[in-house]
Every structure is written in C-alpha cells, then in structure tokens.
Design a protein around this ligand. Structure first.
Ligand code: ADP
Length: 259
C-alpha cells in the first residue's frame, strides 16, 4: 500500500509539471502555426520556399499532437461524454486495426447486455488504438490479440488504492502474446516520456495519455505482464448513473426473491 500511494503521488506531481509545460508549449506552437498559415496563404505553391514551409507546418502539427497527449495525461484535455455501448467502440476500433495489421489474429468476446457508460468516445478510441499499437509492436513476428468486454461490480476493497467509487463497471481487456515486460518496466509504463523503444520509435506518451484519460473518466487501468509470454491491460469505466441504480434495484430484488 505504501508503494501504491508513493506511485500515485509521483504520478500526481508529474501531472502538474507535465500539464504546465504542455500548456505553455501548446500556446507557443499555436502561435507558430498561425503565422505559418498566414505566410502560406499568400504564397504561390511554385515558390521555392513553399515546400519547406509546408514541412515546418507539418512538424509543428506533430509537436501539437505530442503536447495534446501530455495534456491528456495531466488533466484529460477537452472532454465530452455521451451514453455509450463499449462493445460497439471495441468492435469499430478493432475492425479498423485489423485492416491495417493483417499479421495479427484478433479474437473478440463481447459481454451480452453490456452496461451503458458515459464516455468521450473519441478519447476512448484513442486509448484503445494506443493499446493495440503497443501490442502489435510487442509482437514483431505476429501473434494474437484478445479483446474482451465484461460487466463487473467492483467492491470497496478493490477500488480503494485507485481512489474511485465502488459499484458497477464495464471492463475491457486487451491481451497480447508478445514480449511482455519485466518488473522495473512495468512500474514505470504510465509515466510520461517513459519508453523502451529505441530511436524515434516511441514517445513514451501513449500510456501516459491513456492513464490520464481513464482517470478523468473515473476509471481504472491495470496491467499484468510476464516477460516472454505477453501482456494484459484491463480498463474499467463506471457504468452510467441510470445503470448503477438499475443494478442496485435488481440486486435488492434478487435478495428479496431469495427470502
Ligand atoms: P511508447 O509506445 O511510445 O514507448 P507507451 O507509453 O505507449 O510509449 O509505452 C511505454 C512502454 O511500455 C513501452 O516503451 C514498452 O516498454 C511498454 N509497453 C507498453 N505496452 C506494451 C505491451 N503490450 N507489451 C510489452 N511492453 C509494452
């Protein structure tokens, strides 16, 4: 528990630091982008500097994407929730992914009558894609990706270290048969800029932004991994208020029925 708390405090101070940097950095980039757009507006595409400026514009946009991910880690960025069927979100994102990564076999198992959750669908899709891409990179020779959704009720004991409410949640599991992680890697994967990928292959922001987005939804992300065998990420989103009340009533009904 001591270690858990220490880790959470560490993530919180990293969040404050990262959020400050990302915010200021993003403002600078927007200033640059605005000026480039203005210059490009009255330049002829045949101008010798046109291509170079286009390059700069592209690089600045990449930089803005990075600072957005950092902002996601720090405070969730912009946020708009709607009642959502996570089966549909998982299905759509995995179909899209399957089309581009044919060397990976994808297996899905969907919960019937899945509970409704209130989420920002765009952000959740981004989280899932990050997890799929990591899984793919962990399986250079191909492999299997298992996606599963489940209704689950989390009790007081389970949720305590994560500082979220007990009650009904929808769980999404993403399991790969890849290289796995050792203990020290596992301890640090949610920190911004932590990456084991060499060269320019990793930014170390994928899981940090996933962590922030899920935290902002009142959810949980956990990881199980074994070196050489594979990795499972579990993410949990609280069921919508309406769903929670319905479940409570049902539970009471079941109890009464048994009397
Ligand atoms: P990046 O992918 O840019 O390195 P992430 O934050 O997405 O950044 O991941 C951080 C690190 O976590 C990775 O560099 C890798 O060491 C580890 N990791 C993430 N997902 C997996 C996975 N599915 N299998 C093995 N290692 C993983």
């Amino acid at each position: 528990l001591e270690a858990q708390l220490h880790k959470i405090q560490r993530m919180e101070s990293l969040g404050t630091l990262a959020g400050g940097i990302a915010h200021n950095f993003n403002n600078l980039l927007m200033g640059i982008l605005g000026n480039i757009s203005l210059i490009l507006l009255n330049k002829n595409p045949s101008h010798p500097d046109y291509e170079k400026l286009k390059n700069v514009e592209h690089l600045v946009q990449e930089g803005a994407k990075l600072s957005q991910e950092l902002l996601d880690f720090a405070r969730g960025g912009k946020f708009q929730v709607e009642p959502t069927d996570l089966n549909k979100v998982v299905k759509r994102s995995s179909d899209m992914f399957a089309q581009t990564k044919r060397q990976i076999k994808i297996y899905t198992k969907f919960q019937k009558d899945i509970w409704t959750v209130e989420v920002d669908v765009g952000q959740i899709e981004q989280v899932l894609l990050n997890l799929y891409i990591n899984a793919w990179q962990a399986m250079p020779g191909g492999g299997e990706l298992y996606l599963e959704t489940q209704n689950i009720t989390l009790d007081e004991n389970y949720v305590r270290p994560f500082k979220v409410k007990p009650g009904p949640y929808v769980k999404i599991s993403v399991t790969d048969t890849g290289v796995g992680m050792d203990e020290t890697t596992k301890q640090r994967i949610f920190e911004p800029f932590f990456t084991t990928k060499e060269g320019n292959r990793g930014t170390g922001l994928g899981l940090a932004s996933a962590y922030g987005i899920i935290k902002n939804h009142g959810g949980i992300i956990t990881v199980y991994s074994e070196k050489g065998r594979g990795t499972t990420f579990n993410i949990y989103f609280p069921a919508s208020e309406k769903e929670a009340i319905k479940q409570e009533k049902l539970a009471e009904g079941v109890l009464k029925g048994g009397e």
